[in-house]
Design a protein around this ligand. Structure first.
Ligand code: 6PG
Length: 471
């Protein structure tokens, strides 16, 4: 008996994805270098599942139907190349290898070319939703070879999360578009997490809310227009008690954040192809800054005069912080999506933005009711270069902008760091300004370096011999 699918890498994500595929009636074989994980695989499967754990790569490959459809769920980077090096000699023309990890898109391009020279298909496929998503329905972002994609489509649609009975998976475009879309998803994820942490800090240190009260605020937010996965889990975090002490767990956690690279890649890419995504950038750099714990402790003692003035009206303050979080989150999506618009052209991905926001509505970490609004915006105008230009979105933005300004002002006045909120507002103000003061920068560049400038009133490129006013 041969199996329809295979998964290499039986860590939590791989194993959960495998069970999800098996639950949906597809037979599937698994392989991992760690034989313990292989053993656990069959033990954990239900009797209805057609699941096989294999002891060697050879057994794994020969257990699969041809053309083989092999999903890699191994850490991005060298592990992927290591698997490919070992497995490709065992494969036959037409077999398909799908990398479901957070691989860098340029790595995928290299691997596509490499496997194509061996007449094998290689696809990069973003999968979001963490452990639970992998098991019960993730958002799946495949890209690349269209023929190979068509073979996988029924399975992907079966295992993906559903919103209004529609599967949260779609073809994301050519080449490494699947990885690229997932990378930007993660950049937006970083930004939203940063923004939520700032809202938390404002409510905690500004308004003086305790964890019980924070739970209530996030519960109300999640029950309303901010309904989203990240708000929901934040709500729950405030109720979790510590197992070592009597305290809430969140208060025992060290304020140093890790990162595995996707956020950084998003920022690097934005710089590379000339797209402004400052709130994502700041979220990346804030995690870096968080690591300077010792210096921060030292500096906090030197500059210890910070006095926080409590907001006069707590209810109002909470509403405003909520609106500020809502709008700055929306602006982060706007930045990330605008990167996808540019990358689509730059790299010839042909990313269908409407489908991107459609499949982000469920299953993934950045799922939110907001995505419904973006989906209708792109349905009306698939070529929208920035969602801030959409009419309905603009009405929404206008209804929240005052609260964002007030919140940013409060944070600045009270020395509560709010890099995400400030950059979202700053981006909005720059993006909506007809005449930026960049005319002066152009004058300076031309003054000291003859870099030339363009004029507002006539065509052409100009240079001036600027005169010193001092003689
Ligand atoms: C997801 C997540 C997942 C992971 C990221 C972020 O969509 O399910 O984005 O892929 O959490 O790798 O991880 P870091 O915060 O460690 O960079």
């Amino acid at each position: 008996e041969r199996y329809s699918y295979g998964i290499v890498g039986l860590g939590v994500m791989g194993r959960n994805l495998l069970y999800n595929i098996a639950d949906n009636g597809f037979s599937i074989a698994g392989f991992d270098l760690d034989q313990e994980k292989v053993k656990e695989l069959e033990i954990g499967a239900t009797s209805e599942m057609k699941v096989k754990g294999t002891g060697s790569l050879e057994d794994f490959v020969s257990a699969l139907e041809v053309p083989r459809k092999i999903i890699l769920m191994v850490p991005a980077g060298k592990p992927v190349d290591a698997v490919l090096e070992n497995i490709t000699p065992l494969l036959n023309e037409g077999d398909i290898v799908i990398d479901a990890g957070n691989s860098y898109f340029e790595d995928t391009n290299r691997r596509v070319a490499d496997l194509a020279s061996k007449k094998l298909h290689f696809m990069g496929m973003g999968v979001s939703g963490g452990e639970k998503g992998a098991r019960r329905g993730p958002s799946i972002m495949p890209g690349g070879d269209l023929e190979a994609f068509k073979l996988l489509k029924p399975m992907l649609e079966a295992i993906a999360a559903k919103v209004d009975n529609e599967a949260c998976t779609a073809y994301m475009g050519k080449g490494s578009a699947g990885n690229y879309v997932k990378m930007v998803h993660n950049g937006i994820e970083y930004a939203i997490m940063q923004l939520i942490s700032e809202a938390y800090d404002l409510l905690k240190r500004g308004a003086g809310l305790n964890n019980e009260q924070l739970y209530e605020v996030f519960r109300d937010w999640n029950d309303g227009e901010m309904n989203s996965f990240l708000i929901e889990i934040t709500r729950d975090i405030f109720t979790q008690k510590d197992s070592f002490t009597e305290n809430y767990l969140v208060d025992q956690i060290l304020d140093k954040a890790g990162a595995k690279g996707t956020g950084k890649w998003t920022s690097e890419q934005a710089m590379e192809i000339g797209v402004s995504i400052p709130t994502i950038d700041i979220a990346v750099t804030s995690r870096i800054l968080s690591a300077y714990k010792d210096e921060r402790v030292q500096a906090s003692k030197i500059y210890a005069e910070k006095e926080i003035t409590k907001p006069e009206n707590t209810e109002l303050f909470i509403r405003e912080v909520g609106d500020a979080l809502f709008l700055s989150t929306l602006i982060s999506y706007a930045q990330g999506l605008s990167l996808l618009v540019k990358a689509s052209v730059e790299y010839g991905f042909e990313i269908p933005l409407k489908d991107v926001v459609k499949i982000w509505r469920g299953g993934c970490i950045i799922r939110s009711v907001l995505l419904e609004k973006f989906y209708s915006a792109y349905t009306q105008n698939p070529d929208l270069s920035n969602i801030l230009l959409d009419h309905d979105i603009s009405e929404l933005v206008k209804s929240k902008i005052k609260a964002l300004r007030k919140t940013a002002g409060y944070a600045a006045a009270n020395g509560i760091s709010s890099l995400g909120i400030q950059t979202a507002l700053g981006y909005f103000d720059a993006y909506t300004t007809e005449s930026l003061p960049v005319n002066l920068i152009q004058a300076q560049r031309d003054y000291f370096g003859a870099h030339t400038y363009q004029r507002t009133d006539r065509e052409g490129v100009f240079h001036t011999s600027w005169q010193s006013a001092n003689n």
